[in-house]
Ligand binder design. Structure first.
Ligand code: 4GX
Length: 247
């Protein structure tokens, strides 16, 4: 997979290579990450890539021709592999795990990071395939959303996570929040580890974890439960969680 990022701060994006399991994957081209600075394709000596908005108002707008020239260079470097051009924008579809899985299954994609008040609408109309938003919050540019998307997609690729099970068992892949985790020592901060986890009874442990996952989701994200059809066993575990909680 190949990911290209158009950004005025390419070194920030490239910093992803330095940290964690995704950093290791990127260093080994899983996925291959390339950055492109529109400033390198400005048509003026000062490297300006923005201008004042037609109609007036505050701030600046990234100009369409410079962004289009940058994308032309990306397309030439990629060859025609039909990778979608994605603009990070508050107006986009909400990025979630389903989007991460969809993107991880394709040939890669091109992320365009806007700054200032945004980008000329003609660039969006002519060259952007889809707009994605990371949520209802106003950021100063698309770089952090782009980095979130790269992280979420890269960790789904074969060989990026050490343990293949980690991605499968994740929250949202199951549709539920995660169960709690504990490690040594067995007493810490005046609190014990739940006895069942020390029992060595793997069936009982699995049942306890499923119950905790259902309970956490019921408590903190009931909207996620509304989207699921629970099995009879899951209904029983959740009912147990709720009644034990009242004791
Ligand atoms: N999820 N921002 C982008 C400038 C901009 C505006 C319009 C393109 C079109 C954001 C978000 C986000 C702020 C990044 C405005 N670029 N992006 N920027 N939330 O708030 O993705």
């Amino acid at each position: 997979m190949r990911i290209d990022v158009v950004s005025l701060f390419p070194e920030w994006i490239a910093g992803l290579r330095e940290y964690g399991v995704v950093g290791r994957g990127l260093r080994e081209s899983r996925p291959a990450l390339n950055t492109w600075n529109p400033r390198d394709r400005a048509d003026n000596a000062s490297g300006r890539v923005d201008d004042r908005p037609y109609g007036g108002g505050p701030g600046m707008v990234m100009d369409a021709p410079t962004l289009a020239r940058t994308l032309d260079a990306v397309a030439a470097a990629r060859g025609d592999d039909r990778a979608p051009v994605i603009l990070l924008s508050p107006q986009g579809h909400r990025f979630d795990q389903a989007w991460a899985e969809r993107l991880a299954a394709g040939p890669g994609f091109v992320l365009c990071c806007g700054r200032y008040e945004g980008v000329d609408q003609r660039f969006i109309d002519a060259r952007v395939d889809v707009q994605l938003s990371i949520g209802d919050v106003v950021l100063s540019g698309g770089e952090l959303p782009a980095m979130m998307i790269i992280d979420a997609v890269a960790r789904l690729l074969d060989g990026v996570l050490g343990d293949a099970r980690s991605a499968v068992q994740d929250s949202f892949s199951t549709g539920l929040l995660d169960h709690p985790h504990y490690t040594r020592p067995d007493a810490a901060l005046g609190r014990a580890v739940p006895e069942v986890l020390l029992s060595g009874d793997h069936a009982r442990i699995a049942r306890w974890r499923e119950k905790q996952a259902l309970g956490a989701t019921w408590l903190h994200r009931p909207d996620l439960l509304d989207r699921l059809t629970l099995s009879a066993e899951q209904e029983r575990l959740l009912a147990e969680f709720i009644s034990e909680r009242g004791e």
